[in-house]
Ligand binder design. Structure first.
Ligand code: F6P
Length: 323
C-alpha cells in the first residue's frame, strides 16, 4: 500500500489556497504518495469526507479563488476526545501525514493531531497576515490588491461628492491589512489595533484637514473588531462635527475572494512543494514560513508563540504621510 498525504483547508478561505492544494498534490504524487483531499476542514475528517486528488483533479485550479476542498470553523476541535477520534480516523484510512492550510486556529488543530501521531505540517493561509512566523500569509497580497482596487473606486466618488469615506477593513485584530493598504492607498487617517485613535482625535484631524489644508474630501480606514471605533458611529459624528458629509462602508468578504495575485500563487506553490519535501524527509509538527525570500520551518507551538510584529517603521511612514 502506498503512503498517503491528506490535505485540508480550514478557517477563513484565502486566495491561493487552491494553488497550495495543487502544489502539495503534484509534489506528493511525484514523491510516490497517494494524495487525499479532506473536505470542509477538520469537520471533513470526522465525517470521513475524503476525495482522491490527482494531477487531473488539480489541473488549472491555481488561478481560482476560494478553496476547492471547502473550509469550516470547528470550535469543537479543541476537545481532546474529538482530536483523538480524528487521529484514529486518519490512521484507519492510512493517512499518516497531513498538510493543513489556514490560520492560527488551524495550526492548533494540527498540533493536536501531531500529538496523536499524525505527521502534520501547517501552511499559513489567511488574508489577515496574522501568523508571525512568516513575512506573508497566503491570500494577504491578493486581499491588499482587492482593497486598493476597491478604494480607488471609493475615492473617485468620494472626491466627486467632496465627502469623507470611512471604510472598515478586515484583519481579525491584526493591523497589517489596514496599515499596509492605507499606506499604499494614501489614506488620510488609519485606525488599527497598533495605531488607536479616539473619536475625538479623528474629528480633530479631519477639522484640521478641512480648515488648514482646505481639503474637501478625506479617506479614513478603520480596522475591523476595534471596540474603540465603529464606522457607523464615526460616520454620524463626522457628519455632525466636521465640514465633511461622511459615508461609511464595510468592505467585508469581497476582500477574501477573487483570483490570487502572482505573489500569492508563488507563495502557495512554493510552500506546498516545500511542505511535501519536509514530509518526505520525515519531518512534521512544523509550519512552513516565508522569511526574507527564503522558505523555512518552525515547530508549530514555537510559531504560535511568536509576538505580533508592530511594524514600527511602517507606522512611522504612515504617520509621515498621513495628516
Ligand atoms: O480570518 C479571515 C477573516 O476574513 C477575518 O478577517 C474576519 O474577521 C473573519 O475571517 C470573518 O469570518 P467569517 O466569514 O467566518 O465571518
Amino acid at each position: 500500500m502506498s503512503k498517503k498525504i491528506g490535505i485540508l483547508t480550514s478557517g477563513g478561505d484565502a486566495p491561493g489556497m487552491n494553488a497550495a492544494i495543487r502544489a502539495i498534490t503534484l509534489a506528493g504524487l511525484r514523491n510516490g504518495y497517494e494524495v487525499v483531499g479532506i473536505y470542509d476542514g477538520y469537520k471533513g475528517i470526522l465525517e470521513e469526507n475524503f476525495t482522491e486528488l490527482t494531477a487531473e483533479s488539480v489541473f488549472g485550479i491555481f488561478s481560482k479563488g476560494g478553496t476547492i476542498l471547502g473550509t469550516a470553523r470547528l470550535p469543537e476541535f479543541k476537545e481532546p476526545d474529538i482530536q483523538k477520534q480524528a487521529a484514529e480516523i486518519l490512521k484507519k484510512h492510512g493517512i499518516e501525514a497531513l498538510c493543513v492550510i489556514g490560520g492560527d486556529g488551524t495550526y492548533m488543530g494540527a498540533q493536536a493531531l501531531y500529538n496523536h501521531g499524525i505527521n502534520c505540517i501547517g501552511l499559513p493561509g489567511t488574508i489577515d497576515n496574522d501568523i508571525s512566523s512568516t513575512d506573508y500569509t497566503i491570500g494577504f497580497d491578493t486581499a491588499m490588491n482587492t482593497i486598493n482596487w476597491s478604494m480607488d473606486h471609493i475615492r473617485d466618488t468620494t472626491l466627486s461628492h467632496q465627502r469623507c469615506a470611512i471604510v472598515e477593513i478586515m484583519g481579525n485584530h491584526c493591523p497589517d491589512l489596514t496599515l499596509m493598504s492605507g499606506i499604499a492607498e494614501g489614506a488620510d487617517i488609519i485606525v488599527t489595533p497598533t495605531h488607536k485613535l479616539t473619536y475625538k482625535q479623528i474629528i480633530k484631524k479631519l477639522n484640521n484637514l478641512a480648515e488648514k489644508q482646505h481639503r474637501r474630501f478625506a479617506i479614513v480606514l478603520v480596522a475591523e473588531k476595534m471596540p474603540e471605533v465603529n464606522v457607523d458611529d464615526l460616520k454620524k459624528m463626522v457628519s455632525a462635527m466636521t465640514p465633511f458629509e461622511a459615508k461609511s462602508e464595510v468592505l467585508g468578504r469581497i476582500q477574501r475572494g477573487g483570483a490570487p495575485s502572482s505573489f500569492d500563487r508563488l507563495l502557495a506553490s512554493s510552500m506546498g512543494a516545500y511542505a511535501v519535501q519536509q514530509i518526505a524527509a520525515g519531518k512534521g509538527g512544523i509550519v512552513v514560513s516565508w522569511h526574507h525570500n527564503h522558505l523555512s520551518t518552525l515547530p508549530i507551538m514555537e510559531a504560535l508563540s511568536l509576538p505580533q510584529d508592530p511594524h514600527k517603521e511602517l507606522l512611522e511612514v504612515a504617520n509621515t504621510l498621513m495628516l
